[in-house]
Design a binder for this molecule. Sequence first.
Ligand SMILES: NC(=O)C1=CN([C@@H]2O[C@H](COP(=O)(O)OP(=O)(O)OC[C@H]3O[C@@H](n4cnc5c(N)ncnc54)[C@H](O)[C@@H]3O)[C@@H](O)[C@H]2O)C=CC1
Ligand SMILES: CC(=O)C(C)=O
Length: 259
Amino acid sequence: MASNGKVAMVTGGGQGIGEAISKRLASDGFAVAIADLNLDNANKVASAIEADGGKAVAVKTDVSDRDSVFAAVKEASEKLGGFDVIVNNAGLGPTTPIDTITQEQFDTVYHVNVGGVLWGIQAAHAKFKELGHGGKIISATSQAGVVGNPNLALYSGTKFAIRGVTQVAARDLAAEGITVNAYAPGIVKTPMMFDIAHKVGQNAGKDDEWGMQTFAKDITLGRLSEPEDVANGVAFLAGPDSNYITGQTLEVDGGMQFH
Ligand SMILES: NC(=O)C1=CN([C@@H]2O[C@H](COP(=O)(O)OP(=O)(O)OC[C@H]3O[C@@H](n4cnc5c(N)ncnc54)[C@H](O)[C@@H]3O)[C@@H](O)[C@H]2O)C=CC1
Ligand SMILES: CC(=O)C(C)=O
């Protein structure tokens, strides 16, 4: 893999969509820091990238903790020799019918999903300033952050919030050569989505596959998303072809919003 001289950090890079993004950015020439709460998984992804000829490090990070995110950015830039792109991908997606949401769930999910993006923006901005250049900030929202999804009240709220924070940060940081965008996956075959589908299936007395296909029926392109479909969109947002795009949400959902 030929280096492009740039460094990217992907939160939640240890599995699912984040794993696919980490591997795709590495194949595009980025040195990649895989920042995840699960260090074992992050190490596995980093090792796979290195075995393929790329450059990667695993960094244990809790995105809900501001200090942890700042420490991860510091470690990534020191070990990989720079810092150009952050992908705030880590998120939690519990199924929460509106009347069942607890105080504890609210605190956890907002701290990880919204806090994680906010701390990622702050830490990347501070590092870009220190290094004296701009950069790219990219965050995971969701199809459920564009249109409200049944039984995902808590999750949907956080994903709408991420689009709001993205639009504000794009305006606040533009003068420093920083672009800020989001990506909205649809129904992606990852552990998070199988967990959601399992509950949908159980509630209807059916199996996980039925739950997954229930979500899939609204996909214009007629198939569920692979994590790599989302990684392709993020690669565009991380690369030079998106230099004149900021404050946007790229919907990588097979056409769910206009169905
Ligand atoms: N799977 C799907 O269909 C969709 C997913 N998304 C979003 O894409 C992103 C990735 O989703 P998936 O790959 O499906 O999730 P996943 O649950 O399969 O993987 C999430 C990763 O984030 C890590 N993580 C969780 N909490 C963390 C924390 N506090 N600090 C650091 N790392 C943490 C986990 O260890 C795991 O490696 C999430 O933000 C999710 O909301 C959006 C739309 C659809
Ligand atoms: C997990 C997710 O983002 C959904 C179902 O839209």
